[in-house]
Design a protein around this ligand. Structure first.
Ligand code: ASP
Length: 288
């Protein structure tokens, strides 16, 4: 049998309730999520690598303007946008991340280039923005915000399994509305908001970043799978219960196993999410 492919994406978890979103807005976002998943799935079937596909999917979500990432990012307490992103390749656990960048249009692409072109994992602020300029990446002010979208929620992320059996994860965010200047969340921290390792899982988180950092949530799920031999869904549920919820944290994750099992989990009223698993089964949702 051919090696199956699978993909899952999210557009953030939080206080997203039917009363805050009109049915037509909900439809619009669901349609967008579906398009991104279908495109990613097709690319994976064509043989593109998981790392390429998670980058492409997250770029699409950053460019959407619907989510708190890239074009749609929310401002900090000074009214400025500071973006964080990370990407991780499950083949060799190579990773790249940027934090508190202001200029680049697609932080996930900058994170990938940090992984590929430097010996480092995480580069922050002006140092990262000047690399974006040096590498001639498109800058933020070149993208107008979509005028017909008055709302913006949630971090974005993607996880994928490719035909070679490789896993990858990517996450990108504007952080938390009104955050202190210079605050960095879980998103760009490998093992907190983003993690991928072949043979175990790929995971991207969203929610109150401070709690995900304190729980080392993404790696905690991986460790439960490795050492306690739990399944993906058991490991996610236990990590949420015993680590995140034990200290009052809220949020969600998307995760994918080496066999293309997809698990989408959150303890908030909603999470923008969509996936297509190894059996080709498609799901999309916003509310609980
Ligand atoms: N986890 C992100 C952060 O704390 C925010 C979010 O997912 O909405 O920066």
């Amino acid at each position: 049998m051919a090696q199956p492919v699978a993909i899952a994406i999210h557009g953030g978890a939080g206080n997203i309730r039917p009363e805050n979103l009109s049915p037509s807005q909900a439809k619009k976002v669901e349609r967008y999520l579906q398009e991104v998943v279908e495109e990613g799935y097709r690319l994976l079937q064509e043989g593109r690598s998981a790392i390429e596909v998670v980058e492409i999917a997250v770029r699409r979500l950053e460019d959407a303007g619907y989510f708190n990432a890239g074009a749609g990012a929310v401002p900090n307490e000074k009214g400025e946008v500071e973006l964080d992103a990370a990407i991780m390749d499950g083949r060799d656990r190579k990773a790249g991340a940027v934090a508190a960048v202001k200029k680049v249009r697609n932080p996930v692409t900058l994170a990938r280039l940090v992984m590929e072109r430097t010996p480092h994992v995480l580069i922050v602020a002006e140092g990262a923005d000047s690399l974006a300029q040096e590498w001639e990446l498109p800058l933020r002010n070149s993208v107008p915000l979509s005028p017909d979208v008055p709302w913006s929620y949630g971090t974005v992320g993607a996880v994928a399994l490719d035909k070679q059996g490789n896993l990858a994860a990517a996450t990108s965010t504007g952080g938390i509305m009104g955050k202190k200047a210079g605050r960095v969340g879980d998103t760009p921290l490998i093992g907190a908001g983003t993690y991928a390792e072949n043979g175990l899982l790929a995971l991207s988180a969203t929610g109150q970043g401070e709690y995900f950092i304190r729980s080392v949530l993404a790696y905690d799920v991986a460790a439960r799978m490795r050492y306690a031999r739990l399944s993906l869904s058991e490991a996610v549920r236990e990590a949420f219960h015993q680590r995140l919820e034990a200290i009052g944290g809220q949020g969600g994750v998307i995760a994918i196993s080496p066999t293309g099992e997809v698990f989408l989990h959150f303890n908030t009223p909603g999470m923008y999410r969509a996936a297509k698993n190894a059996q080709g089964h498609f799901t999309v949702g916003i509310f609980r």
